[in-house]
Design a protein around this ligand. Structure first.
Ligand SMILES: [Zn+2]
Ligand SMILES: [Zn+2]
Length: 289
């Protein structure tokens, strides 16, 4: 497995994470999601009912980007009526994203959102193991679950990188920790983690609060492939914690494909679902006529 350098950029960051781990082990308190007292000591300060809340996304989803679908055909009986499961959402219908397919485990809300924030902002490292298990479930929806799908060649798993200044400040890349936790499962033995090839060479302002268009503009040109030889002809699985509009993973996919990657798939732990309109199949036929 390559790319171990860069996970722990400083000794101070490593020490801080270690101290945090010890604290949570010996001083359990309240659930960090619902604030109810924790009944049993756990490295992850999230109660069982909050953990149970974290469930896979259900319903009709865009087969390309994973957005929730609803039909706006006036004769449709229900939001999912007549959606076949192969109908892309309105956005993908207009412009196909550069990645082949994006999947996510759950919706970015409540306990899942809080657990991701525990890892990212509060440095509760055991959250990475919990989130890694969820990522593995999302990955199983992709054809990467079949080791023979790419003629026995191994897939590259690339976590969306942080800029070096953000990495120094946070002490770790949460996407990399989650990917490492997921790949500990023997089912993914044919996948190879690669953290050296894709770099975020330009610092960007936070994507939070930006519109879809602003996010795309903000992230454009932020990534670079440092070692094109490593991605040439490869099938790649991009991994991140959250998929919001897809601007970040689309930009990563764009530069990876331009560097010669064969295909790029995306798996995230969570997805911000907005419900995207899908053209009713009958109306789509009429519109195309
Ligand atoms: Zn709770
Ligand atoms: Zn879509």
């Amino acid at each position: 497995m390559s790319g171990r350098l860069g996970v722990w950029p400083t000794v101070a960051a490593r020490l801080r994470l270690f101290v945090n781990g010890i604290f949570f082990l010996f001083f359990p308190a309240d659930c960090r999601v619902c604030i109810e007292p924790l009944l049993q000591a756990s490295r992850l300060p999230v109660c069982q009912s909050c953990r149970d809340w974290v469930a896979p996304i259900e319903g009709d989803l865009c087969p390309v980007c994973g957005e929730r679908l609803f039909s706006f055909c006036p004769t449709a009986l229900s939001p999912s009526d007549a959606i076949t499961g192969s109908t892309p959402c309105g956005l993908c219908h207009r412009v196909l994203p550069p990645y082949a397919r994006a999947v996510a485990y759950g919706t970015f809300e409540h306990a899942l959102r809080s657990t991701i924030h525990l890892l990212k902002y509060d440095r509760v490292m055991p959250a990475a193991d919990f989130l890694g298990l969820k990522l593995g479930v999302a990955m199983a929806k992709l054809r990467v679950s079949d080791p023979t799908a790419v003629d026995g060649d191994s897939w590259l798993v690339i976590p969306v990188p942080l800029h070096s200044s953000k990495l120094r400040q946070r002490g770790f890349n949460q996407a990399e920790l989650i990917a490492r936790a997921a790949l500990r499962n023997a089912a993914w033995r044919h996948l190879e983690l690669e953290t050296r090839v894709l770099v975020r060479h330009r610092e960007t302002v936070s994507q939070a609060g930006l519109t879809r268009h602003q996010r795309r503009k903000n992230i454009r040109g932020a990534f670079q492939v440092r070692k094109p030889d490593l991605v040439k002809g490869k099938d790649i699985l991009l991994v991140d914690d959250v998929f919001t509009t897809g601007a970040t993973v689309s930009e990563c996919a764009r530069v990876l494909l331009r560097a010669g990657a064969h295909s790029v798939f995306v798996a995230t732990v969570a997805r911000a679902l907005k419900a995207e309109r899908v053209l009713h199949p009958m109306l789509a036929v009429e519109a195309a006529a």
